[in-house]
Design a protein around this ligand. Structure first.
Ligand SMILES: [Zn+2]
Length: 284
């Protein structure tokens, strides 16, 4: 079995070293509000953390099951919604693109705890499979961001991480701006199953960073199906709010009000917002 993958290459090593040094030299700044915060596992202050909206139990699974041709899944959960303006977006960017591997591990621990809570005593997975990235992305970033998360999840769930059984053989290009059907077409045949014997008869947990249309995870589950796992489950750090679920919870609405992005005062116009007038008193 392949071991947990550490950041690849010299570049990733430098990134990891620098992020450790920066942690020591500079105080942590909240990615949500910019406030200086004391030691914290992730760079989000208590107030902004309280505003992060967790995905309701069962919401991720029902969303994935609503996708046409979705193969059978045993269990699915995502930790937070990936809303516009949410600190979750900054956190994701930091560990996916900016080299903060250790942040991915710490977020993985939070996700691991969320998975435990979501399982609620049910039989859990036996092995973690981080969604693989293409070798070109691996070279650019220095590591696979889902493997960074897996390094945190494995500490909480105490189950091994399997890398190499599934690889990404095709660079699918940016998925941004594509609808669900286009993404599915873009990803068709993107993965290859290298070692079916490592999957066969096991309860597998596929780990992704963000579920957008679900096309990536669907294609990965479909590819894994050829190996006949005993069960296939899915966990992600974040879920893009599916259409029809735009109303948001209290946390999202409260945050948007704080930022002046939404208001129930009809006299406030976009120009008011551009001039950064303070939000309504009622929104405080
Ligand atoms: Zn904050």
């Amino acid at each position: 079995m392949a071991s947990i993958t550490r950041p690849h290459g010299f570049t990733a090593g430098i990134f990891g070293f620098l992020s450790s040094v920066i942690d020591l030299v500079y105080p942590t700044i909240c990615v949500g509000c910019g406030k200086v915060i004391s030691k914290s596992p992730i760079p989000v202050c208590v107030s902004c953390f309280a505003g992060l909206e967790e995905v309701e139990g069962g919401r991720t699974r029902s969303f994935l099951r609503s996708i046409a041709e979705m193969p059978a899944i045993d269990f699915a959960c995502a930790l937070w919604y990936y809303d516009e303006g949410s600190p979750v977006r900054m956190l994701h960017r930091s560990f996916k693109y900016d080299g903060f591997y250790s942040l991915g591990v710490r977020l993985g621990k939070l996700l691991g705890a969320h998975i435990e809570r979501s399982l609620n005593g049910r039989q859990g997975p036996e092995v973690i499979l981080p969604i693989p990235v293409h070798r070109v992305c691996l070279t650019e970033r220095g590591y696979n961001q889902t493997e960074a998360m897996a390094a945190g999840v494995t500490e909480i769930l105490n189950i091994p991480v399997e890398t190499g059984a599934l690889t990404r053989k095709r660079l699918s290009g940016s998925q941004t701006g594509l609808d669900r059907a286009s993404r599915a077409m873009n990803l068709s045949g993107a993965f290859v199953l290298n070692s079916p014997d490592r999957i066969h008869g096991r309860r597998v947990l596929l780990l992704d960073d963000v579920i957008t249309t679900g096309a990536t995870i669907v294609e990965a589950v479909r590819t894994l199906g050829a190996a006949h796992p005993a069960a296939c489950s899915i966990a992600a750090l974040a879920l893009v709010r599916p259409p029809g679920n735009l109303g948001g919870g209290r946390a999202v609405n409260a945050r948007l009000h704080r930022r002046g992005s939404v208001t129930d005062n009809p006299r406030r116009t976009p120009d008011h917002r551009r001039r950064r007038l303070p939000p309504d008193h009622s929104s405080q």
